[in-house]
Design a protein around this ligand. Structure first.
Ligand SMILES: Cc1ncc(COP(=O)(O)O)c(C=O)c1O
Length: 279
């Protein structure tokens, strides 16, 4: 049986799903998205994902009002695709809708909505051993706070990591670390956890927020500040985090081993607290 997806109000097999070629998501990447992880049918931080979706839509002036249906649609997707008892992701995408190609935002347009569920098991090997990352120039636009579907720079930068045998790319703008292609970046120096402050240059990561809450609750020193590419190589520990990457230790940056090439103690502590939270 084919996988069931939800597209513009209809439940359809993925191979039957079809879209207008004039959908502005297709023509202009004019849309936003979210990915939420469900642990055995229970969403992690659903309210935060809904809030961020709301914010992204506001920023690009798409008028979408069906927020209260998204959790039910997600659960139905998990059920219909036999993922309700698994670790699964649910993808939501809202585009401005279909309209003959014009550059301005057309007034008479109905937003398009697409959602699907997919298996998203924890990457146990990477979580345990850590990953290598490479460092690249952040070539993305200046509104990385919007979770836009326009992800070509992210995919180019991630693809380069894959080609180099690495698990992510850490990005640098004006000599300072921003984030990674689909994860937030944390580092530890002298017992203090460091991450870049929120701005238009990074996504307000939900896992990032959870990590900062863990620090508050467990008395872990933290600092939201800019740090340079040079500092990155001198950090005692590094990890990336995100809905998919969870808390993934970074044990090598380019050719330089970090924390002796094994996950650092603070990273492991935060990882353990995080997994106690989600289970
Ligand atoms: C660029 C970027 N930064 C950070 C994240 C992590 O965000 P979250 O923790 O909300 O999944 C993502 C997730 O897709 C991302 O694409």
């Amino acid at each position: 049986m084919s996988e069931i997806v939800f597209l513009n109000g209809k439940w359809v097999g993925r191979d039957q799903a079809s879209l207008s070629p004039d959908d502005r998501g297709f023509i202009f990447a004019d849309g936003v998205y979210e990915v939420t992880k469900f642990y055995n049918g229970k969403a992690f931080r659903m309210a935060d994902h809904l809030d961020r979706l709301h914010r992204s839509l506001n920023e690009i002036e798409i008028d979408f009002s069906e927020f209260d249906k998204l959790e039910d649609i997600s659960l139905e997707l998990l059920t219909r695709n036999n993922l309700i008892d698994a670790e699964a992701g649910v993808y939501w995408q809202i585009t401005r809708g279909a309209h003959p190609r014009v550059h301005h935002f057309p007034g008479d347009i109905i937003p398009g909505f697409y959602a699907f569920a997919f298996p998203l098991p924890s990457a146990k090997d990477k979580l345990g051993k850590g990953i290598k990352v490479i460092v690249q120039e952040d070539i993305r636009w200046l509104r990385c706070d919007i979770k836009s579907v326009s992800l070509l720079p992210n995919t180019m930068l991630y693809n380069k990591a894959v080609e180099s045998g690495a698990g992510e790319s850490i990005l640098i703008r004006d000599g300072k670390v921003t984030e990674a292609t689909h994860s937030s970046v944390f580092a530890v120096k002298n017992g203090v956890l460091v991450t870049r402050p929120l701005s238009t240059l990074i996504l307000p990561g939900i896992t990032r927020k959870v990590v900062l809450e863990i620090c508050e609750k467990y008395g872990i020193s933290k600092e939201e500040r800019l740090f340079s590419e040079t500092e990155l190589f001198e950090m005692d520990e590094i990890f990336i985090c995100g809905t998919g990457s969870e808390i993934t230790p970074v044990v090598q940056v380019n050719d330089k081993k970090i924390s002796g090439g094994v996950p650092g103690p603070l990273t492991q502590k935060i990882q353990k607290i995080f997994f106690d939270l989600v289970q």
